[in-house]
Design a binder for this molecule. Sequence first.
Ligand code: GLU
Ligand code: MG
Length: 433
Amino acid sequence: MTKGELVLLVWNDLVGLSRTRGVPLEQYERRRQHGLGWALAGQSLTPFEDIAPNPWGPMDEVRQVPDEATRRRIVLKQDYPAFHFALCNSLHADGIPWECCTRSFLASALDDLKNQTGLEVAIAYENEFLLIDPALEWAAPFSVDSIRRAAPFADLCTRALIDAGVDLETFEPEYGVGQYEVSCGPATGLAGADRVVITRETVREAARQCSVTASFSPKPAPDAVGNGCHLHVSLWDGAGNPVTADPAGPGGLSAAAGRFVAGIHRHLRSLVAITAPSPVSYMRLGPHHWSCGFDAVGVQNREAAIRICPAPDGDAAAFNIEIRSTDATASPYLAIGAIIRAGLEGIRADMTPPAMVNLDPASLSDAERRDRGIRTLPESLDEALDAFLADDSVGQWFGPVMIEAYGALKRLEAANAAAMSDAELCQRYRGAY
Ligand code: GLU
Ligand code: MG
């Protein structure tokens, strides 16, 4: 480590961006316990320069306190400064989590699930992104040509992700021109969400060091293929046994997993305000893009918002539930936390899982969808926020201050977006995410 190296204290905020303050390496130990101060009003920043109306005054402050377990130092090129960072919890001076700390929100949802049901959740994400490089020429979707044209970046990124310890499983070309995807193995609880933040920032860093840009925006251009950020979850008991699958259950789900899915399904239309929370998210969501336009649940169904993924070899540990209505403008902490809250409600209320839909819901008529209880997902951020704010459970999961701040912030983003053309909107979000 070099003298004067900068260590970034990083927190992922309400709009899912990783914000930071840096300290010289020599000061890091001194900052470990109480972190650095940050004005609460900063939590009401849109992805751009606007601050939404918020409940906080000019003197209100929180401490951004690093969690040593998340500290990473990634060196990719000998002549380029190390990418050195640690993820933070936003705590009051007495160490109590701030009610708008996204990471603490997830931690408390995980604790409640564990305490009330004995269950733990393993989390894995698929991260799709667009590589923006004017020199990158057209190549066929999913082709060797597509990945080899980006080989210097792909290799640097692979090394970086291995150094970052995110259990990189695959790096692959995707459908869109310049679109790629990295998938990491599952991690339990908070570490699963930390892994998403670390993965995204590491991919961005590798791109920067290759003088290109990686954008995870759900719709980088009006005619571009969307970037999803599918979330895979599975349930585990206290002894570390997988308990998501039961071949005899509906869709192969165990009783607990069926109830868990039922809770998520019940709230899916409000949850998208958290899991697909930007104006451009609604340019991605929709039928025929494998991104989903309806709240259907189905086994291996890529047009369903919730896809049950059985393991090909019947391995119970690999069986998982995929939520497809998620993208990278969401804070992974808020998205996973809210999904766990909804799933926990399903378990506690002994909800019945919905019937499995094993066809493209768009191929049904409105009446057929109604008969099967399949609803259209919101088609705009405002429509999602209406569902979110009208949902009583959501108010209990988040608490009044978070709801007030989040609602005002997202309404402002929606209003600002209304004044822009689609092309301008996509371009701005592409730059921010
Ligand atoms: N790009 C699609 C999306 O926006 C997902 C494609 C896939 O299934 O990999 O969700
Ligand atoms: Mg994909």
